[in-house]
Design a protein around this ligand. Structure first.
Ligand code: GRG
Length: 294
């Protein structure tokens, strides 16, 4: 696991260097760049980028393309956290151990900087940084748009907020979490199928693996909120209970939720092992999810 953490750090460094280079090309005096960078470079694990890289390894995809795709995903992820923290959504003052973006700046700045990170993701995917045909880039943009909007992140977030303080079934919680968190992870694996020019069935199989990774990630995130140490997590824990969030751990309790997470992991391992030893990095990523403390 120590070896995986080292590799995760190295992917995080490559992703951050890519993004920093991208900002250095922009107009330095633009007032939104500072809050965009604040929300983006605030100590995220870059785990989604690692899923892109480790899935890409299975198919021998060029590293530079993987880092650019990972960077685009991390822009969407950071934007979603900036908006998630806003008073109209989860109203959190802390993120990654620092003031959330609207607390550091103000609400309209956090909204606009978040929107700008969302669109930056598509600027990256359509840029010359990706050594890919225009056709493949369009397919990537199409898939990422689908994961980010009403049938993905935004749709899932809508359910998350409307489910608060209501009795929600296990099935509906899973459906909400597959959208809110699963879809973006789904893209991390699906994008590799697109770049490798795989057929529809193989791309769908990869997407489903990613979605399950995302669901597992979210369930563990909720377990961490339930039992974790706020100084390690970088934000107050036990907040899901206080806010009346519909999570599996709030519905089923800690032990049954952990059993369910282990069941998902077992099924995922089985699917990933079909790719042979080239998928070891992806298997280790899944292992990391259950062992992580933040
Ligand atoms: C307005 C179109 C529109 C969308 C906004 C706010 C929003 C949609 C979605 C929020 C989705 C959300 C906050 C999901 C949480 C996912 C999650 C488990 C976050 C924690 O991820 P980590 O641990 O964070 O990877 P780091 O800090 O390491 O990057």
């Amino acid at each position: 696991m120590l070896k995986f953490s080292k590799r995760l750090n190295s992917i995080a460094k490559s992703t951050d260097s890519y993004l920093k280079r991208n900002f250095s090309k922009q107009n330095y005096h633009n007032k939104l760049i500072k809050p965009m960078k604040y929300g983006l470079f605030s100590g995220g694990k870059r785990f989604r980028s690692a899923i892109v890289v480790n899935t890409g390894k299975i198919f021998g995809i060029e590293y530079r393309n993987l880092i650019a795709i990972g960077a685009a995903v991390e822009c969407i992820h950071s934007y979603s956290l900036m908006h998630d923290d806003l008073p109209a959504m989860d109203n959190d003052d802390l993120r990654r151990g620092k003031l959330s973006t609207h607390k550091k700046f103000n609400e309209f700045t956090a909204i606009l900087a978040g929107n700008s990170l969302l669109t930056l993701a598509f600027e990256i995917l359509s840029s010359k940084d990706l050594n890919l045909s225009e056709n493949i880039k369009i397919k990537l943009i199409h898939a990422l748009s689908n994961c980010s909007g009403y049938s993905g992140l935004a749709g899932g977030q809508y359910f998350d907020l409307t489910f608060e303080n209501k009795k929600i079934s296990k099935k509906n919680i899973i459906q909400m979490q597959r959208k809110k968190t699963g879809k973006l992870f789904g893209f991390c694996c699906e994008s590799i199928g697109i770049v490798s020019k795989k057929n529809f069935r193989s791309i769908s199989f990869l997407k489903e693996i990613g979605m399950e990774i995302g669901l597992l990630f979210q369930i563990v995130d909720d377990l961490i909120d339930y039992k974790g140490d706020s100084s390690v997590v970088g934000k107050p824990t036990k907040s899901d209970k206080k806010k009346g969030k519909a999570t599996l751990v709030n519905l089923l309790g800690y032990d049954l939720t952990l059993d369910f997470a282990n069941e998902i992991k077992k099924k995922l391992d089985y699917k990933i092992k079909k790719y042979g030893s080239k998928a070891d990095g992806l298997l280790e990523s899944v292992e990391f999810i259950l062992n992580r403390k933040f």
